[in-house]
Design a protein around this ligand. Structure first.
Ligand SMILES: [Zn+2]
Length: 273
């Protein structure tokens, strides 16, 4: 499943294809949305916002198209009216003179008035989105200490979109490793320094992954390993997908566990209890 950095990247591509050009045509597959095709035609798109794993396409007439990719949704951008070869179903399309932005397979699409967006059931629950809002380290530390979150395990918190929007499974393992936090712990078990590191790592790894094609490992080290012929899966992460391999810091064997029915990886010595 794509995580925040991949969603933001997809939003960037769509933004590049649609912002600054008059919308010539809009298509919705769902009948209950089809009346909006005329409402959105001829308008301009101001920007594409992301909130966790949702995308908000902001039109200049007070309307926003909300879409959530869930597991299967996928955006394509093509030259105008060119469609990819795919067995997926086209659900939402925006066409202009030069480009078409095409959303396939997503079933969760709604048209909202701008003022309704913040009360939307998903948007109103999702936590801060590090990649599209200004979120500081101190705000996150405060959030870690909030009574809604303080007593819950990190492994469940970091996958909860109400905690921080856009963190998914690989980022969960990577953030805990960089912060030196054992996956069994809760914020209340951590030192101030660990909370600080977890906040900084959440911000840094989200941005690094977004800017460097999903690489969460130390960038210099990743570059060096790549130059030595390592495959992407062998240089991409600190611990994720690396069970049985040596920790990049101290050589301890990386362990894989199940946490919240998703796989989680950690170094038993760098992340001791
Ligand atoms: Zn280690």
């Amino acid at each position: 499943m794509p995580e925040g950095p991949e969603i933001r990247k997809a939003a960037d591509y769509v933004e590049k294809a649609v912002v600054g050009r008059e919308v010539l045509d809009v298509f919705f597959a769902f009948e209950h949305l089809q009346d909006y095709e005329e409402v959105l035609k001829g308008r301009h798109i101001l920007r594409i916002d992301t909130k966790g794993k949702a995308m908000l396409t902001r039109f200049d007439n007070g309307y926003t198209v909300y879409s959530h990719n869930q597991l299967y949704g996928k955006w394509y951008t093509r030259n105008a009216y060119n469609y990819p070869k795919t067995n997926r179903q086209l659900r939402f399309a925006i066409h202009n003179e030069k480009k078409s932005a095409l959303l396939y397979s997503a079933s969760d699409i709604e048209v909202l008035r701008d003022e309704e967006v913040e009360d939307h059931p998903f948007i109103s629950k999702v936590g801060p989105d590090i990649l599209s809002e200004e979120v500081t380290k101190d705000q996150l530390v405060e959030r870690f200490q909030d009574k809604r979150f303080y007593r819950r395990k990190w492994t469940s918190l970091l996958l909860d979109q109400a905690f921080i929007g856009g963190i998914g499974n690989y980022l969960r393992s990577e953030i805990l490793f960089v912060a030196g936090i054992h996956p069994d712990l809760r914020p209340m078990d951590c030192t101030a320094e660990q909370l600080d590191k977890a906040a900084q790592a959440s911000i840094d790894l989200m941005w690094q992954s977004y800017q460097h094609k999903g690489i969460t490992n130390d960038l210099e080290l990743a570059e060096k390993l790549k130059a030595e012929g390592a495959k992407r899966r062998d240089y991409r992460h600190w611990v994720f997908n690396r069970d049985g391999k040596a920790c990049r810091i101290d050589g301890t064997e990386i362990v894989k566990i199940q946490a919240g029915s998703r796989r989680c990886y950690y170094c038993p010595t760098c992340q001791s209890k």
